[in-house]
Ligand binder design. Sequence first.
Ligand SMILES: O=P(O)(O)OC[C@H]1O[C@H](O[C@H]2O[C@H](CO)[C@@H](O)[C@H](O)[C@H]2O)[C@H](O)[C@@H](O)[C@@H]1O
Ligand SMILES: O=c1ccn([C@@H]2O[C@H](COP(=O)(O)OP(=O)(O)O)[C@@H](O)[C@H]2O)c(=O)[nH]1
Length: 684
Amino acid sequence: MPGNKYNSSPLTPRTRLERLLRERELRKNRSFLQNEGEPDFFASESFLNASESWGPIDEEEFAGTRSSTDNGERLEGRCKQRLLVVANRLPVSAVRRGEDSWQLEISVGGLVSALLGVREFEARWIGWAGVNVPDEIGQKALTKALAEKRCIPVFLDEETVHQYYNGYCNNMLWPLFHYLGLPQEDRLATTRSFQSQFDAYKRANQMFAKVVNNIYEEGDVVWCHDYHLMFLPQCLKEYNNNMKVGWFLHTPFPSSEIHRTLPSRTELLRSVLAADLVGFHTYDYARHFVSACTRILGLEGTPEGVEDQGRLTRVAAFPIGIDSDRFVRALELPQVQDHINELKERFAGRKVMLGVDRLDMIKGIPQKILAFEKFLEENPSWRDKVVLIQIAVPTRTDVPEYQKLTSQVHEIVGRINGRYGTLTTVPIHHLDRSLDFHALCALYAITDVALVTSLRDGMNLVSYEFVACQGSKKGVLILSEFAGAAQSLGAGAILVNPWNITEVASSIGYALNMPADEREKRHLHNFMHVTTHTSQEWAATFVSELNDTIVEAQIRTRQVPPSLPIKGAVDSYLQSNNRLLILGFNATLTAPVDFLGRRGGQIREMEPKLHPDLKEPLKRLCDDPMTTVVVLSGSDRNVLDDNFGEYNMWLAAENGMFLRLTTGEWMTTMPENLNMDWVDSVKV
Ligand SMILES: O=P(O)(O)OC[C@H]1O[C@H](O[C@H]2O[C@H](CO)[C@@H](O)[C@H](O)[C@H]2O)[C@H](O)[C@@H](O)[C@@H]1O
Ligand SMILES: O=c1ccn([C@@H]2O[C@H](COP(=O)(O)OP(=O)(O)O)[C@@H](O)[C@H]2O)c(=O)[nH]1
């Protein structure tokens, strides 16, 4: 559910809603008037009629595909809060036509279509235009052209792009966050180039921060996106601690055990924590992030997020969706209907299977094709009755790993087509290119089985788009259990482990033979989800939550208990001859992982360890006959035994459930007659 905390929120939905409404009213009154005469990119004709794919724009072709949000009720002149969207890439790529002239090509991804729907904000986009502009004339002209689209460029020089984008982002963070290892030779090269790439990453993030800071006005909301900009929240807060900063990750956030291997693990986490709200697609990614903060930074994870000395960074899951109406409406357009008829004719008599992916190793394209080959091998009767169409959109073509992948995929496709092709047909139609929006919708609509076999994927919007276009066909979705989408579409899809090609091959057979009533049931389940959890709702929820977070933080600040008056406490301590000290353990007496690491200490599966510097003072306190020391912890008994067994003190484990004096045995504090009937009702 969008907006769900990574764990439950203490605010009831009603209180939250009331607060939200109150706050919205307040915001309306204190927000800005839209600048007269300045065109709103996200509602402008040029935007709405632009190419909604990665291909070049054909304005004519897209006439008529207006966003569901642009139904005539433009909000001209109304008060709106400004939303500064900061992402590596602008939703526009620029092609130079002359010394001072630029042609802008607009490309729409999930994020842009999501923001189309957020009408109560005035959005501006800050990012890299995907092109090197070394000269001042060119930069000025491009800045002017982009301003008309409410986009503000960050100019990155070629070397920075190479080190920051190709290097640190796409060769280091991207594989790591998707649990993909590098080949041995690349791993060593990456290790060597780490420092210079990380420096470029920080430098690039600072350049983004500078541009944001230049245009920032009090009350703006700054929404940073993705792994390219993990260093940005901290840079922004250094400029202005009152900026409202949110950060959202579009990829998975891996287990803390994986994140731990990153040399820059601490800096990245600390910087992200500078944001007020941190969002992920799924609860699992959010949980991994919180674990990384507790285990690596030694901070406290709470149901609301991560706490550091009284300051809370809110952490929550906000699964993205799509603008499903746009897809459903597109199917009615004559040009899409024409495409549908052409495709139906072209593949008459054969079932169509479809894959649509960027040509990226995370998408599991080789594994998918090998599974399809296995299916053909084991099911000769299907060989002339099924075709796999694979759209493989070229991406990050400067990175060697991606170049290798392209050759590998071509090699496998060629082999299989050679093996099972006939004079007139081939089993796999592989396209190294993107399709325009209409062609893509038509392809989704005529497909019998969609095959999404990502090895890992933050969400995967293709699976949502397929479902949205299957109103009449009610085809089957085979979906990797490692895509974020598996958590929302799992009930209607056939979930597979993409590494197990035997399982994927047999799922293909199951899907192709599935009876109509089962297909319908599965489809309806997913269609309901896709049409009710839209991209617009996702963006609106995130931004509202960010605004709420700030209000709640202000309330919290007032509630933070005053710090201990040290002098008074020490005086009382010294005067007393019977003292009781109750100490926490995690994040109170523990050592951060980095600290242990530097000392070469053993970290057994990240078990919390007493900070080495505290051993001696703790011993002295425990040996003082006038002082009783208790460690009260949420940890298990064995953890406390390991850390404090040799001290003379009381231990309270599992939040006080078990108690022992270190010279005695553990005893349970639970009253014998306690009614435990409720336990069964909450067991899964
Ligand atoms: O800009 P590129 O380097 O060519 O890459 C394209 C985008 O790929 C990634 O997309 C992710 O976001 C999707 C929407 O939230 C999600 O469904 C998908 O699972 C992710 O892979 C990347 O995170 C973006 O920053 C890139 O722009
Ligand atoms: O030829 C194509 C193929 C794909 N897409 C779009 O690219 C996006 C892919 O998003 P997804 O979340 O599936 O994966 P990502 O590429 O962001 O990792 C989807 O919105 C597709 O409609 C496109 O516009 N043209």
